[in-house]
Design a protein around this ligand. Structure first.
Ligand SMILES: Nc1ncnc2c1ncn2[C@@H]1O[C@H](COP(=O)(O)OP(=O)(O)OP(=O)(O)O)[C@@H](O)[C@H]1O
Ligand SMILES: [Mg+2]
Length: 596
């Protein structure tokens, strides 16, 4: 709790001053609203009635001298002007409060979102693997919003209630002690009832939120997977599933609304009871002459001013609990350590020499996915990796890109241990092309220029020609400026792969890794790409993972992986001599291609 408040104070850095102005404004506005009943009392008792009363002991001498001079006689309009003036001032300060709390809390929210976003960009890859994207999105949006709401309205409401109670009680006590006790007879019950009620129904709120979450998950999954749903003719099943959750949502909301209706009517009853008690006893005191009509009016106005915030307090206090949860959820993300430790890393020249020694790796302890890998990759050579699915090929190259940290064995890049190298520096020199590349919903040109913004048209076309995608691109409506995705063209799997290859070539790094990134193009295009690649940048070190022998047979070195181990190593010719997996795969693939 205390820690959360400290954190909140930290988030507010830079917005504190404006927030303070908002807080002062609400205090002044509240003071004005409490002042109006006092002015009315003064008017009714001193000017309309003929009973002279004190306005308030502290400011009494001034006012009573004015009244006694008979200044106000026949000049009631002055009082009317004063009331209008005070009301206008109250309005003005309410406006200032609204403005400054909104500005400062929106500023806080923006800064917090920026902080989260830039932190998330620097989190290690493993964090993203084990975290659900939806959950992370929620932390950046609705959790931040909960905190913003807390600052812009809940905290302000609490402050306002405290000011009203804190000022009206001594005022009322000074006006009429007995009447004050009566005015506060039912208020503690209302507060207690509201507080206990909202604590009790916290779970109902939570269940309702969760069911709403489930509803949107189902909706989202279905809309993204609409092809699969249709292909398996699962529409009926999916509609039924949605219907069930939709019903659950309706029922929980209905239950919640019933509970709330019950709450408002019971607390309405208590409020009216309190007003009733005040009116009856006020009338009694006024008639018996122990209290003036004006004072009676003050009590009636104050009691209605008190009741609304007190009735809301239970709701506000329980909602404040939600803000603490949100702060903790945000802190959980912010406290996760960033992958780059400034100052502890080095930036050596990277040319393409890689030496892997006794490298073992497990995602979950005890289950080794890589087992004692030893491998030398020479600068400017091409290494090919063949292996059954799940044998650890992608894992190996992901480690080389610094996406996962290794702690058993060693990887030397040039003469430096990879662990010591700055991750951004490493990735600048090393490009990984995935089997299912991610393209942004932007133009083709923007996607290509992601790697390097200062590339001229000639270079762009040269590269897309190497990746065999240029002809496809100029075939599109707006050529290189065609958008990809929802509001543009839909690219085929092969086109996406080739575009990703062009994008990676533009990065022009000394090491490039193809993780099965030609799997969706036909053998002929594959051959064309490889031919043009071999003409291009001969000094580049390349690692090619593929299931297709024709793709890898020209490599300088081929390794065959199985179950996390390298089981064969050599050139195409050497491996064909051996009686092993490589030859079996080769025979199988040439037999099928001959059969076709
Ligand atoms: N993020 C992960 N968390 C836990 N286990 C993983 C993770 N990624 C991969 N694995 C497991 O590690 C093993 C090796 O996976 P990897 O992706 O390296 O195989 P691969 O050789 O690239 O296969 P494929 O040819 O199908 O791409 C598999 O058993 C897989 O289930
Ligand atoms: Mg793989």
């Amino acid at each position: 709790m205390f820690k959360s408040i400290l954190k909140l104070n930290e988030y507010m850095k830079g917005s504190r001053f404006l927030y303070l102005i908002g807080g002062i404004s609400i205090a002044i506005a509240t003071l004005f609203s409490l002042l109006i009943p006092l002015i009315l009392r003064f008017t009714i008792d001193n000017i309309i009635g003929d009973e002279k009363v004190d306005i308030h002991p502290s400011i009494d001498p001034f006012f009573s001298s004015v009244v006694e001079s008979g200044y106000f006689d026949g000049k009631l309009w002055i009082v009317a002007l004063i009331i209008i003036g005070v009301t206008l001032l109250e309005g003005l300060f309410l406006f200032l409060k609204g403005k400054y709390t909104a500005i400062s809390s929106e500023n806080m929210a923006k800064k917090l979102r920026d902080k989260l976003y830039s932190h998330i960009q620097k989190l290690p890859f493993e964090y993203h693997i084990k975290t659900e994207t939806g959950d992370l999105v929620q932390r950046c949006t609705s959790d931040v919003d909960t905190i913003r709401m807390f600052l812009s309205s809940q905290l302000i409401e609490v402050a306002r209630a405290i000011i009203i109670v804190g000022i009206s009680i001594p005022l009322m006590l000074s006006l009429n002690r007995d009447m004050t006790y009566i005015t506060f007879l039912v208020i503690p019950i209302i507060f207690g009832f509201s507080f206990v009620f909202f604590i009790k129904i916290r779970s109902a709120f939570k269940i309702s939120d969760e069911t709403e979450g489930k509803l949107s998950t189902i909706l989202q999954e279905n809309l993204t997977g609409v092809k699969v749903v249709r292909a398996f003719t699962r529409q009926k099943f999916e509609i039924d599933k949605f219907d069930k959750v939709n019903k659950d949502y309706r029922d929980t909301t209905y239950k919640l609304m019933t509970l709330l209706a019950w709450f408002w009517s019971v607390s309405d009853f208590f409020c009216l009871l309190q007003i009733g008690v005040t009116v009856v006893s006020g009338t009694y005191f006024a008639v018996s002459g122990t209290m003036t009509i004006g004072t009676f009016l003050v009590f009636i106005t104050y009691v209605s001013m008190l009741l609304w915030p007190i009735r809301q307090m239970g709701r506000i206090l329980t909602d404040m609990g939600k803000s603490i949860v949100s702060i903790n959820r945000i802190e959980e993300v912010l406290s996760y350590e960033e992958e780059r430790k400034e100052g502890q890393t080095i930036k050596p020249p990277i040319s393409g020499d890689i030496k892997i020694r006794n490298l073992s790796f497990a995602y979950e302890s005890g289950k080794d996915v890589l087992k004692s890998i030893n491998l030398d990759i020479e600068k400017s050579s091409t290494l090919a990796i063949l292996g059954s699915t799940g044998s650890g090929k992608s894992t190996l190259v992901n480690i080389l890109c610094g996406l996962y940290d290794y702690d058993r064995g060693s990887i030397l890049i040039g003469n430096s241990e990879m662990k010591d190298i700055d991750k951004d520096w490493l990735r600048k020199h090393l490009t990984l092309i995935l089997q299912e590349p991610f393209l942004f919903s932007r133009s083709i040109r923007d996607n290509l220029l992601m790697a390097n913004e200062n590339i001229g048209e000639d270079r762009l076309v040269e590269t897309t020609r190497i990746a065999n995608i240029h002809n496809d691109i100029i075939g599109f409506n707006k050529s290189y400026d065609t958008s990809i995705g929802e509001n543009g063209v839909n690219l085929s799997g092969g086109q996406r792969q080739r575009l990703a290859i062009a994008r990676s070539l533009l990065k022009d790094s000394p090491i490039i890794i193809f993780d099965d990134s030609l799997s969706a193009v036909d053998t002929e295009t594959d051959l064309r790409i490889r031919n043009s690649l071999s003409q291009y940048r001969r000094d580049q070190t390349r690692i090619i993972i593929s299931h297709r022998i024709t793709t890898i047979m020209e490599a300088d070195k081929i390794i065959v992986m199985d179950d996390g181990k390298i089981i064969q190593e050599g050139t195409h010719e050497q491996l064909l001599e051996e009686d092993g997996a490589y030859r079996r795969v080769y025979n199988l693939q040439t037999a099928t291609s001959e059969a076709v």
